[in-house]
Design a protein around this ligand. Sequence first.
Ligand SMILES: NC(=O)c1ccc[n+]([C@@H]2O[C@H](COP(=O)([O-])OP(=O)(O)OC[C@H]3O[C@@H](n4cnc5c(N)ncnc54)[C@H](O)[C@@H]3O)[C@@H](O)[C@H]2O)c1
Length: 241
Amino acid sequence: MPGRSTLVFGGTGSIGRAVCRALDATGYGVIIADLPDAIARQEDLPRNWRTVACDVTDRASVEAALEKVCNEVDAVVYASGVNYTGPVATTDWSAYERLQRVNLQGAFHVGAAAERILAPGAYVFLSSVAGLSGEAGGSVYCSTKFGLIGFVESFAAEIAERGARANSVCPGNVDSPLLASLAADVAARERVSTEEILHRFAAESAFNRLITVDEVAAVVSFLISPQSSGVSGQAIIVDGP
Ligand SMILES: NC(=O)c1ccc[n+]([C@@H]2O[C@H](COP(=O)([O-])OP(=O)(O)OC[C@H]3O[C@@H](n4cnc5c(N)ncnc54)[C@H](O)[C@@H]3O)[C@@H](O)[C@H]2O)c1
């Protein structure tokens, strides 16, 4: 509801930032929760956006961030995330730990603390089409994004009795630095150019193009808004058919 604020975890990232812009344009207040370094790098934040430092892998940090904004937040977006690609046989275990902690455990930290401290009316968690089907090299990332959808379905069932909602948004390949970095890793592994991999990523969509951050943000904004009051526990794909 305009007049109240949405807390956007990962709000300095590409999709998070687009979500903040979309919410701001609709009249919602915006509070970004992100790593201190990521916040410090933002030199051009609109004056009416606020920030709170937070590491989602640290439960105490999440709780402290929520305590600081507890009287003003009525919606939460979880756009924190990290990526990694590689075959199961040569899994980089430090990357494995990092992805599980940021992409999945952090969502648990946020959901648990927000229910005790904020009890917001709506949550949106950024999963991925990689949370709906696996692919070679994607086991670690996919396992976190599949897990996130399971978390959201269960969480939504728990909070429905107080009238609150939770949904996942599953973008396809989004034109973003995260995707460019993933493409570079795949290109190095396959000894082809990054451009070739980005072209392949675009061709994976029936639209034959990458999705834009604004297309993802529009769906997130809808799921926060009262227009989606009858939608909960869903995993909404933002991609071609
Ligand atoms: N870009 C894509 O193609 C794409 C596609 C599908 C899903 N997604 C998902 O959407 C989400 C956002 O992606 P993006 O492209 O904006 O990525 P991004 O790298 O631009 O943003 C990720 C954000 O997460 C934050 N973050 C990382 N570790 C954190 C931690 N420990 N605590 C708090 N914040 C932390 C970063 O600071 C950053 O702001 C991710 O979950 C990603 O997996 C992205």
